[in-house]
Design a protein around this ligand. Structure first.
Ligand code: ADQ
Length: 461
C-alpha cells in the first residue's frame, strides 16, 4: 500500500485489545498527540506509520477507520534505549526546562539514530511520488533529514508537540547539531508557540552555517526550511456535543452522587508526569484543607492521572510521591465517607472525561512546563454554561491563547492557593465573563484549523 498523505509518529493511534474469547481488535489509544491527530487522519485518509506497542514483534499493516496503519517493529532493547532512554529520560526533561535531570548516554543516542532511520525507511516505502509526509514529535527529530536523503521528491513537515527549549538548555545536548540538522530536513517545522520557533532559529544561527532570513533557513541551493508556530487544539464541537449527550449527562449525575453530592468540585486531569506540576498542586490543595479554607465535608478535589512511562525511574518516584501525599492529606483531613481528595490512577473513556469536565467548578491545570495542554481546552469546550473556572499555569503553551483563565505560577504555592480560592469564590459575573471569552477562543481555534494552517503552509512554502 502507498499513500499521498503519510503521518509518522512514534506510536500508532491504536492499541491492541484481546477479548475473553481470544479475538484481537484495535482500539484508538488515549494521549495528547492521538487526540489531536486522529480527526485529521479520519478526514484526510492516507497512512499512519508508527510503533504498535509490543516489543520484539512484527505486525502486518491493516486498514482502520478510513486510513492505513503501517506498524514499525522495535526490539525490547530499542524500546529501552531509544524510547524510555533517549526520548523520555534525555529529551523529555531537557525540553521541559530540566524540571527533572536529563541523562546523556551514548548508547541511547546510537539507538535513537538507528530507530529514526527505520522510521524514515518505512515512511519512504509507503509514500507516493511527491507525497506529503508529516513527522510528529521529539522521538523522531532525525527523520526529516533522513527521509529527504531517501526521497527528495517528498514534501516533509515536522511538528513538535512539546516545548522547544531555550538555547542555553538545548546546548547541553552532546548531539545538538545532529538534531538541528535532522529537523532542517523538513520544508516546514511547526512549534506550539512563537518562542519555540525563535529558540530554534537562534540555534540555527549559532550552531550551523545556514543563513536565516525571516523565519526561513537556506539549507542548500535546492532546499530551505521554514520555522513557525502552530498552536494545536481540539475537536471543540465534537467535545461540546459529547458533553451534551444524554448518556454523558446521566454519567455526570451518577458521578456527582458517587462523590457524595459535594457542594464544590475541583478537578485535575493529567498524564502522571513530573512536568504536570502534580506535587505542587496537591500540596497547595492539602494546605487549603488544613487551614480550613476548604471544608472537606463540602468540597472534593477529584484528580485523575493516566499511568504513563511506568518503567522510567522518575515516573516511579513520582507515582510513590503522589500516593504518599494524597494518603497523608486524606488520612489527616478526611472523615468516614469524605476523603477530601479522590485520586484515580487510570485512564477513562472520553465520555467519562466529558462527564468530569461537566461537574467541575474549578479546573486545575498547573504544569511546570507544557507544550500546549489540551485538557485546558477540553474543559472549556465541555463545561456547560459559563459558570466554571479554569486555573492555568503561565508555563503551559495554552496560556498564550487562553488569556482569560485564572493564571498561576505553579512554583508559587501561596500564589496558587490564593488563585484557587479566587477561582472558586469570584462572583458569577466575573467567572462568566472569563468563561465566555475562553469559549469563543476555543470554538474558533480548532484542530481542523490547526491542521489546515499547517498543511496549507506546507503545500505552499
Ligand atoms: P500530553 O502531555 O499527553 O500531550 P495533554 O495535551 O494535556 O498532554 O493531552 C492529554 C490527553 O490525554 C487529553 O486529551 C486528555 O483528555 C487525555 N487524558 C488525560 N488523562 C486522562 C485519563 N485519566 N483518562 C483518559 N484520558 C486522559 C502532549 C504535550 C502537550 C500537547 C499535546 C498535543 O505534552 O503539551 O498539548 O501533546 O500536542
Amino acid at each position: 500500500m502507498t499513500a499521498s498523505f503519510v503521518v509518522v509518529a512514534n506510536r500508532l493511534p491504536v492499541d491492541r485489545v484481546t477479548d475473553e474469547s481470544g479475538e484481537v481488535s484495535w482500539r484508538t489509544s488515549p494521549g495528547g498527540l492521538v487526540t489531536a491527530l486522529e480527526p485529521v487522519m479520519r478526514s484526510h485518509g492516507g497512512a499512519w506509520v508508527g510503533w504498535h506497542g509490543a516489543p520484539d514483534e512484527e505486525i502486518d499493516g491493516f486498514h482502520h477507520d478510513g486510513y492505513d496503519i503501517v506498524p514499525v517493529a522495535l526490539s525490547s532493547q530499542e524500546h529501552e534505549e531509544y524510547y524510555e532512554g533517549f526520548s523520555n529520560a534525555t529529551l523529555w526533561p531537557l525540553y521541559h526546562d530540566t524540571v527533572a535531570f536529563p541523562e546523556f548516554h551514548r548508547e541511547w543516542w546510537l539507538a535513537y539514530q538507528h530507530v529514526n532511520r527505520r522510521f524514515a525507511e518505512a515512511a519512504a516505502a509507503v509514500a507516493d511520488e511527491g507525497a506529503t509526509v508529516w513527522v510528529q514529535d521529539y522521538q523522531l527529530q532525525l527523520v526529516p533529514r533522513l527521509l529527504r536523503e531517501l526521497r527528495p521528491d517528498l514534501r516533509i513537515g515536522f511538528f513538535l508537540h512539546i516545548p522547544f527549549p531555550p538555547t542555553e538548555l538545548f546546548s547541553q545536548l552532546p548531539w545538538r547539531t545532529d538534531i538541528i540538522e535532522g529537523l532542517l530536513g523538513a520544508d516546514l517545522v511547526g512549534f506550539q508557540v512563537a518562542g519555540g520557533a525563535q529558540n530554534f532559529l537562534r540555534l540555527v544561527r549559532n550552531r550551523t552555517p545556514h543563513p536565516v532570513e525571516q523565519g526561513r533557513v537556506r539549507v542548500s541551493d535546492s532546499h530551505s526550511c521554514v520555522a513557525r508556530a502552530y498552536p494545536i487544539s481540539i475537536d471543540t464541537a465534537g467535545f461540546a456535543a459529547l458533553a451534551e449527550e444524554p448518556e454523558t449527562i446521566a454519567e455526570s449525575e451518577q458521578l456527582l452522587a458517587d462523590l457524595g453530592n459535594p457542594k464544590r468540585i475541583f478537578l485535575g486531569v493529567d498524564r502522571l508526569d513530573y512536568t504536570k506540576g502534580l506535587r505542587q498542586r496537591i500540596r497547595a490543595m492539602g494546605e487549603l484543607f488544613h487551614e480550613g479554607k476548604l471544608d472537606p465535608t463540602e468540597t472534593v478535589y477529584l484528580q485523575v492521572a493516566t499511568p504513563s512511562r511506568e518503567r522510567v525511574g522518575e515516573y516511579m518516584r513520582l507515582r510513590d510521591d503522589i500516593d504518599l501525599l494524597v494518603g497523608r492529606i486524606n488520612s489527616e483531613m478526611g472523615s468516614v465517607g469524605h476523603p477530601p481528595i479522590v485520586y484515580l490512577h487510570k485512564g477513562f473513556p472520553r465520555r467519562t472525561m466529558a462527564a468530569m469536565y461537566r461537574i467541575a467548578d474549578v479546573m486545575l491545570v498547573t504544569p511546570l512546563r507544557d507544550g500546549m495542554n489540551l485538557v485546558a481546552k477540553e474543559y472549556v469546550a465541555c463545561h456547560p454554561g459559563n459558570g466554571g473556572a479554569l486555573v492555568l499555569s503561565e508555563f503551559a503553551g495554552a496560556a498564550r491563547e487562553l488569556r482569560q483563565a485564572y493564571s498561576v505560577n505553579p512554583y508559587d504555592l501561596d500564589g496558587m492557593k490564593g488563585v484557587f480560592m479566587r477561582a472558586l469564590n469570584d462572583p458569577y459575573r466575573e467567572r462568566s465573563k472569563r468563561m465566555r471569552a475562553l469559549k469563543k477562543q476555543v470554538s474558533t481555534h480548532t484542530i481542523d484549523r490547526w491542521a489546515d494552517n499547517f498543511l496549507g503552509d506546507l503545500a505552499s512554502v
